[in-house]
Design a binder for this molecule. Sequence first.
Ligand code: MG
Length: 346
Amino acid sequence: MTIRQVTEAAETRLLCEFASRSRNSNGRRSPESACPVRTIFQVDRDRILHSKAFRRLKYKTQVFLSPEGDHYRTRLTHTLEVSQVARTMARALRLNEDLTEAIALGHDLGHTPFGHAGERVLAELLPTGFHHVNQSLRVVEVLEKNGSGLNLSWEVRDGILRHSKGRGVLSGQGCESLPSTLEGQLVRLSDVIAYVNHDLDDAIRGGLINSNDVPTVLRQALGEHSSQRLNTMIIDLIETTMAGDYSCVQLSPEITGHVSELRDWLYVNVYRAEAVEDEFRKASRLLRELFLYFIDKPDELTAHGGRYEKHEDMETAVADFLAGMTDRYAMNLYQKLFFPQPWKPL
Ligand code: MG
C-alpha cells in the first residue's frame, strides 16, 4: 500500500458521507499516473501554489491600487485568507480539506491588474467579453507552463469556474450554478466571508470610512470587530449546513441578509467611493492604451513576454497578456512604451 492509498483510506473513514473523496475523483483531462505520496487534490494544490500566476497575485490589487502601506491586502493575501477560512470550515464539517484548499488557492488566478477596474476594461474591449472566473480557468487549463496548463482534476476546475457570485444571491434559494462539490460551495462562500471582512478592515485603515460608519444593525448582528464578524459568519455557516443535512453549504437566512447588506454597503461606501474610482479611472485608461498598442503588434507582444499562437485571435492573446500582468508590471511597461526615456550612453 502506498502512502497515498493510506491517505485515501483515511478519507473514507474520517470524512463525512457527503464529502468529495480523492479516490472517487472524475480525474484529469489527460490521464497521469498517480503520485505515490499525495492524493490527486493534494497534487493540484501544490501545482497551483507553485504556478507563476499564483506568485503574481502578490502584486495585484485587492481594493486599493498599489497601496503604499504594508498592511493592506493584496490579491495574494486575500487568497490566503479565503483558503484559511474555507479550511477551518472544511475541517469542522469533515469535508475534504485538500480539495477545499486547492480551489481556494486557484479561485482568483485570472484576476487582472487593478482589480475589477481592469476586468471592466477588458470586458469592454473584447468582443466576447471578459470575466476573471473564466480567465482563472484559462490560466490553469491553457496558460500556465507555457501553454500546456496544469492538467488539474475535474473537481478543482469546477470549483474555480463556479466560485463567483458577483452581487447575486449568496446562499439558499435562488442560487444558480453552484459548484458540484460541497467543497466548491464552501470556497464560494468563504470568498465573500473573507472579503467583506478584510475590505472593511482595509477601508478603515485607509481612512476611507470610520468603524462607526458601519450601520448599527450590522455591528450588532455580526460583531464590532473583524474577528467577531468572522466568527459569527463561520459558526453560522457550519451550524446551518449541518442542520440542513449537507443539502448545500449555506448561511442562515438571517446572516445571509446581514452579509448581503454589508456587501451592498461596501459597494456604495468603499468600492465605488470617489477616491477609489479616481485611481481606477487612470488605471483603466492605462490598460486601454496598452491593449490598443499591442493589438496589431504580435511581435512586440512576444518581445515583452506575451504569448501569441497563430490559431488564436489577437484580442485573446493581448487580453491574456494584460490580464496576467501585476499592477506594477503594467505601470512600468506603460512608462517604458509611452514616456520618453532618459538617454543612456550606448
Ligand atoms: Mg476572491
